[in-house]
Ligand binder design. Sequence first.
Ligand SMILES: Cc1ncc(COP(=O)(O)O)c(C=O)c1O
Length: 399
Amino acid sequence: MIRISQLAASVKPSATIAAGTKARQLKAAGIKVWDFSLGEPDFNTPKHICDAAEKAALGGQTHYTPTSGTAEVKAAICRWYKSYHGYECAPENVIVSNGAKHSIHNALAAIVGPGDEVIIPTPYWVSYSDLVSMTGATPVLVNTTPESGFKMSPAQLKAAITPKTRILMLNSPCNPTGTVYSRAELEALVDTLLANSEAAILSDEIYEQLTYGDAKPTCVATLRPALKDRIITISGASKSYAMTGWRMGWAVAPAAVVKAMDTIQSQETSCPSSVSQAALIAALDGPQECVAEMRKEFAARRELTYKLLDAIPGAKVVKSDGAFYAFFDVSAVFGKSFGGKVVTDSLTYCNTLLEQAYVNLVPGVAFGAEGFVRMSYATNAATIEGGLAKLAEWMASGK
Ligand SMILES: Cc1ncc(COP(=O)(O)O)c(C=O)c1O
């Protein structure tokens, strides 16, 4: 018997990936599943991006690239930040990885270790706390509430800071809540951190091109000049350009941090995929209408989702303006029996719902928010209508 390492045994599997796997198994058995678990656009990657990849592959861009990405892809990322956010960065500040998750892992591994603390507001994206724990550092969770729109206040941040704090993680727009902090709210958090700690900020802005109505994304790095040496900005192509399978994410950080991440990456993966880097250049430099079209579609699905959820007794939605998730409180039905099974928490709620009504949601406990569930509306209107009709029927069956 090969003994499994302490590290592997201590990591929880990603709850969103686990929920997706369960639904796939039911689908393979011929069952129609209303799957709202996965955090990825249902659109295929736009054609001009695929064409660029094909051209690169046929043109011989099939070799290892520099560890942190080609000069061309880094230049494209810098151009994109300048035009989208007015943020000036240089190629030496950029590292491209195999997805934003990989960038976050490398950034954490480059900066923190045992004895260090990383502040994470909850609800948080499933992977944050495990990625922090894998470095040996300690996640310090700050609970936010529906009443504040799931926003951490400067006072809460101040209270969480200790001499061991090394990183504050921010994620706006947020997965799972969709919360978008305003520029002023982020300025207040940044000022609190700068006044009370030497810690860095890791700002995950991967949903920055997916905000709705009047909500605007903020590139936190642009807020204060003092952040220049203290911030790691994370983003990627997965969500905005429907490129989840290409695994293109990046970090923009002080050159010394990029260098440390580069060293780690050189031993992990040698470099990101050469063909995907060519595709990323086409995504960032090419026509942006595809992003606008997908955003418009997500906005319509968001309206539909909220309208239908509002009509379901027992589901209390906290509305938000970004990403493609609805996050709602279902604790009103905890203690009720569904088809002879008593639902006691978000996990038993989701398991019973999937088993009995074939509707797949992700339990809030995975995001540090018991009582809630997450529904991804990155799926077509017919699925949203059909799945929420099923959910409504099942919720009504609770006794
Ligand atoms: C907040 C957040 N950050 C990062 C990622 C990772 O994205 P990637 O596909 O680039 O690894 C996700 C994906 O779900 C996410 O929701």
